[in-house]
Design a protein around this ligand. Structure first.
Ligand SMILES: Nc1ncnc2c1ncn2[C@@H]1O[C@H](COP(=O)(O)OP(=O)(O)O)[C@@H](O)[C@H]1O
Ligand SMILES: N[C@@H](CCOP(=O)(O)O)C(=O)O
Length: 326
């Protein structure tokens, strides 16, 4: 359930009236997602045409000062025909507005559904779309530090503590205490950097068949090692949900799709094993922290950190097995 803030119909009509998108017809809260509040908005324009939008209210996880980067990136990528939602600027030309202290943005509704058991064809299409974003963002003028980088993982896992991790799983503290310093000492410093999505999970990709119709939720986007974004997407797409089974056919297809658009440098491909461990650690860290710090009566169900602990263990065990070798 991702509507944390209740907006009455009068409030909603007033918010929509600030945009030149017609008259509000309906506003339906969207259950998916966990970070922000989202509504499906339907309006009727002056020609009587029905139009659909997504209204997002940014909650605590998204810093308002980052919105110019996120929303500006969407418009930059959309202008380059990437399958991302355009932002709808209000009557004053602003890309977001404040409502009772919280930021709101209206974005283009895109068709498609998020797949839960991707095919190789879908993985290939996602790889190609990710590469398209990396190339299209090459001349995006703004930059943003990765707020979910190594330092954040160390802080989050430190806050969980040895006993806290062991309370999740008896072997979790051992895995983290072995892997985190290894990742820190092997993080590659010589690779191409650029704008990355950093959270391209299946629930952030809209698809119709094998076609990517929407890349959404750019709210972890930042400037970091480009190949790390491939590692994040690999960890998110190439295993079953709980991380118990690696799916080599999806791995091969994802990388083929990516390289058909943006060939990897040899040093990027060589770094994928350590970057994959890092990606698994990143999501293990936020999920473990959230699991330990989400009130029992919270609106959302925390995600399972062990799904990414299993991915991390797999990548560590397979470090010399060439799963990323062409
Ligand atoms: N531009 C869009 N077009 C169509 N559906 C969207 C769009 N943006 C978000 N959604 C829907 O809203 C859900 C939550 O959006 P998301 O940005 O993932 O939320 P959160 O930031 O909370 O994770 C998505 O899973 C999708 O179903
Ligand atoms: N996708 C990650 C982080 C959660 O992000 P959100 O897009 O669901 O807010 C995960 O699954 O851990």
């Amino acid at each position: 359930m991702a509507v944390y803030t209740r907006l009455g119909s009068e409030d909603m009509a007033g918010i929509i009236a600030a945009f030149d998108v017609g008259t509000l017809v309906s506003a339906k809260g969207i259950a998916e997602g966990v970070s922000n509040s989202n509504w499906l908005i339907e309006t009727q324009d002056t020609n009587g045409e029905a139009r659909r939008f997504i209204l997002t209210m940014y909650e605590t996880r998204t810093d308002i000062s980052d919105l110019p980067f996120f929303l500006g990136l969407l418009d930059h990528l959309a202008a380059k025909q990437c399958p991302v939602p355009r932002t709808i600027h209000d009557r004053d030309g602003a890309s977001y507005r404040l409502h009772e202290g919280k930021a709101l943005a209206l974005i283009e509704f895109l068709p498609g559904v998020s797949v839960s058991e991707p095919t190789a064809g879908q993985a290939r299409a996602v790889g190609a779309a990710l590469a398209q974003v990396h190339l299209a963002a090459a001349d995006f003028p703004d930059a943003r530090e990765n707020s979910m980088g190594l330092k954040a993982w160390q802080e989050l896992l430190g806050a969980c503590g040895h006993d806290g991790l062991e309370s999740i799983d008896p072997d979790l503290a051992r895995l983290v205490e072995h892997e985190l310093p290894l990742i820190a000492s092997h993080w590659p410093s010589n690779l191409p950097r650029g704008v990355i999505h950093a959270d391209l999970f299946p629930d952030n990709v809209l698809m119709l068949g094998d076609k990517v119709t929407g890349l959404i939720d750019f709210y972890f986007a930042c400037t970091d090692v480009t190949a790390y974004d491939i590692a994040v997407t690999h960890a998110a797409w190439c295993f079953n949900a709980d991380g118990t089974h690696f799916q080599p056919e999806l791995s091969g297809a994802l990388l083929e799709g990516y390289e058909a658009v943006r060939p990897l440098l040899p040093e990027e491909r060589a770094a994928l094993p350590i970057l994959a461990r890092a990606a698994a650690m990143r999501f293990l860290a936020t999920r473990a922290y959230d699991l330990m710090n989400t009130p029992d009566d919270a609106l959302v169900t925390p995600k399972d950190p062990m799904a990414f602990a299993r991915r991390l263990q797999f990548y560590a065990d397979a470090a010399n097995e060439g799963i990323f070798v062409r």
